[in-house]
Ligand binder design. Structure first.
Ligand SMILES: NC(=O)C1=CN([C@@H]2O[C@H](COP(=O)(O)OP(=O)(O)OC[C@H]3O[C@@H](n4cnc5c(N)ncnc54)[C@H](OP(=O)(O)O)[C@@H]3O)[C@@H](O)[C@H]2O)C=CC1
Ligand SMILES: O=C(O)[C@@H]1CCC=N1
Length: 277
């Protein structure tokens, strides 16, 4: 296999749901991988159709994915992972690279269920991979090396930001970013609802709320400033913003968001724990 993703590589994906679509769409749209070099499996047709329409190979047989591809993305729900690993393990060879996106499923669990020496990586993606603005972190298992990490970064460069991190960060990333996307949507919804309450049309309120989040995020990334500095730049003494921020503080926004990140991280860590005997 080439050090970076190359034309001779075929990519398999077990699971055809939202995250599979997000990751593969990023890779295919940016041309890192050709749809014809991708095979996707799922038990039913409902999620396979869009992949087929985009020119990917589809199948109901997970084993076909492993037999036809050397790089395999595992994109099923965490509780399905053990059964899938048991099913594909006899077909996995030392040439395969197995990448799991399942929240909370540890490298140890993955490695123990696969043949000794299998190259395994774990990835925590988020849904904006669909629009090439994802925030992805990955970590390597015992037998995956620089070659596999470089290949993965190259393969998923179309998804957005990607960083290699220690495994202990993966569940935190799930709490911060994998799940975090949903907190941001809830905030956007609340922002727009406030404007609707004050009399603006719903359609315009939602469009402006989304653009406000986009603009604020872009400024954070482009200036590299701490959010507290940018927040203070918006606050005119005695003005509108500081009155609004006082209400957010009274409502415990900051503590609530910190608690949310903690709750999702702890949940991800618990998914990874072995069931009680
Ligand atoms: N959604 C998100 O924002 C994020 C998700 N993740 C992780 O990604 C993984 C997938 O989540 P998501 O895409 O949301 O889930 P979905 O429910 O959207 O998709 C799950 C997919 O798995 C398929 N599936 C179920 N059983 C099997 C099986 N035995 N063999 C092969 N495929 C099977 C389903 O088939 P069918 O199409 O027939 O139903 C479906 O295509 C999860 O582990 C989650 O933790 C991580 C970060 C963010
Ligand atoms: O809610 C979940 O469990 C998955 C993982 C992160 C986002 N969605």
């Amino acid at each position: 296999m080439a050090a970076v993703w190359g034309a001779q590589c075929r990519l398999g994906c077990i699971g055809a749901g939202k995250m599979a679509r997000g990751i593969l769409q990023g890779a295919i749209l940016t041309g890192t991988v050709q749809a014809g070099d991708v095979t996707v499996s799922a038990p039913s047709d409902r999620n396979l159709k869009p992949f087929q329409e985009h020119g990917c190979h589809v199948t109901h047989v997970n084993g076909d994915v492993v037999l036809g591809c050397l790089v395999i993305l595992l994109a099923v729900k965490p509780h399905i992972v053990p059964a899938v690993l048991q099913e594909i393990s006899p077909l996995v060879t030392p040439e395969h690279v197995i990448i799991s996106v399942a929240a909370g499923v540890t490298l140890r669990t993955l490695e123990e269920a696969l043949p000794d020496g299998t190259k395994v990586l774990r990835m925590s993606p988020n849904l904006p991979c669909l629009v090439q603005e994802g925030a992805v972190v990955l970590c390597r298992g015992r037998c995956a090396g620089d070659r596999e990490v470089a290949m993965l970064k190259s393969l998923f460069s179309g998804c957005g930001l990607s960083e290699e991190v220690p495994e202990s960060y993966i569940d935190i990333h799930t709490g911060l970013s994998g799940s975090g996307v949903a907190y941001v949507y809830m905030f956007a919804e609340a922002l727009a609802d406030g404007a609707v309450k004050m009399g603006m049309s719903s359609e315009l309120s939602h469009r402006i709320a989304a653009q406000t989040l986009l603009g604020a995020a872009k400024m954070l990334l482009e200036t590299g400033e701490h959010p507290a500095k940018l927040r203070s730049d918006v606050c005119t003494p005695g003005g509108t913003t500081i009155h609004a921020l006082h209400e957010l503080e009274k409502g415990g926004l900051r503590a609530t968001v910190m608690n949310a990140v903690e709750a999702a991280t702890v949940k991800a860590r618990n998914i990874g724990k072995p069931p009680p005997q």
